[in-house]
Design a protein around this ligand. Structure first.
Ligand SMILES: Cc1ncc(COP(=O)(O)O)c(C=O)c1O
Length: 379
């Protein structure tokens, strides 16, 4: 368990699962079975898109859990969602192309996009996800090649794009001829999620998936679900050609993890535990936060997003928070335009109940004290 001694800092900025939740022993057993099954070709270079047998098993898993329409022919294996995004960008964009992103957005994805020399434009969000009305206004003056969105349990805000907005987004993509890259790594981490974006349009939407959040980030395997028109473009990537796919050994192991039911069991375990931890942290925050700090209880995923009064700088607070035994991610790191200064992100998957309560209480006390001091200092 990610315990902390009473005196240690509870770092609610850490956005990952704790080590003890990652099923290393079960994986070791599955790895042995997976590697010894078959003819040993997993030790050789493989097909660019990933071995057929693995993609069949993955498609069956995805059909069971999120989208009855997925087939192996839609899937290209990647080294995780980050690699999937970079693969898409390398094949579908040129430096200088315009790409729309949410503001705020997952900061490492912003790095990947910036690394490809793209011209990024932020679209605002609210409690129901991407502001599609704002997007529509922007489309009258800007023509993006694609829009990168985290439509479910968004990082950092925790919000899920409302169904009517999903529909509208897809209509806009058709009308203004851009692709939607839906980063859906949190799709399975909550009970009440709308179906994935591709169910609305299999030609316009590409989806990024990953084992990072449902098994362990060290697996470094994920997938892109792509329209048939783009599937060949993706698999013809020179890096995949030279490497013979991402990791035939990894996919042999993961095929066994999928076929044996291990992934289903781990997913069940993780979602139950994260449900519980989400409740623990949000209750602690609801009890201890001052009235002028707002947040909406997320329904799944990893994160909650706190809004402080407009003129409070969360980055400055982040530097003094460790002295109060707590840490968090200030909002500005998630914005390409230096916005989100009065927001902060906390994660509820890393710590056990006691530490989460302590962290929530400490954050509440810090903000209460800071905001009171500020009010008293005002003339
Ligand atoms: C929205 C989002 N996409 C992608 C990732 C990283 O995924 P992967 O480990 O598969 O590269 C994260 C990790 O925090 C994330 O929050």
């Amino acid at each position: 368990m990610a315990r902390t001694a009473i005196g240690e800092i509870v770092d609610l900025g850490i956005g990952q699962a704790e080590d003890a939740l990652l099923p290393r022993t079960e994986l070791a057993e599955a790895a042995r079975r997976g590697l010894l099954a078959g003819d040993g070709s997993c030790m050789q270079y493989g097909p660019e898109e990933g071995p057929e047998g693995f993609r069949e098993s993955l498609a069956a898993f995805l059909r069971r859990h999120q989208d009855p329409g997925v087939t192996a022919a839609d899937l290209v294996v990647t080294a995780g969602a980050s690699h999937g995004l970079d693969l898409l960008l390398s094949r579908l964009t040129r430096p200088g192309d315009t790409v729309f992103v949410e503001d705020p957005s997952y900061f490492f994805a912003l790095d990947v996009l910036e690394g490809r020399g793209l011209r990024l434009i932020g679209v605002s969000m609210d409690e129901d996800g991407l502001d599609v009305a704002a997007l529509e206004r922007m489309l009258e003056v800007e023509r993006p090649v694609l829009l990168y969105t985290v439509p479910v349990f968004h990082n950092p805000t925790g919000v899920t794009l409302r169904p009517d907005r999903r529909q509208r987004l897809v209509e806009l993509a058709r009308r203004y001829d851009f692709l939607i890259v839906a980063d859906e790594v949190y799709q399975l981490l909550g009970s009440t999620t709308p179906p994935p974006m591709r169910t609305l349009d299999r030609d316009r939407v590409l989806s990024l998936g990953s084992f990072s959040k449902i098994l362990g980030p060290g697996i470094r395997l994920g997938w892109v679900e792509a329209p048939w028109q783009l599937w060949t473009v993706l698999r013809d990537c020179p890096v995949l050609r030279s490497g013979g796919g991402v990791s035939p050994v990894g996919t042999a192991v993961m095929r066994e993890v999928l076929d044996s039911g291990m992934q289903d069991e781990v997913l069940l375990r993780l979602t139950a535990l994260y449900d519980h931890r989400r409740a623990v942290l949000t209750e602690a925050l609801e009890t201890s936060l001052p009235d002028d700090v707002h947040f909406r209880r997320p329904d799944g995923g990893y994160y909650a997003w706190l809004e402080l009064p407009p003129d409070v700088d969360a980055e400055a607070l982040a530097t003094i928070a460790p002295a109060s035994g707590v840490a968090f991610r200030p909002g500005r790191v998630f914005s390409i335009a230096g916005r989100q200064r009065n927001r902060l992100r906390v994660c509820f998957t890393y710590y056990d109940d006691d530490a989460l309560r302590r962290g929530g209480d400490r954050l509440g006390a810090l903000l209460t004290e800071h905001l009171r001091g500020r009010r008293e200092a005002q003339p």
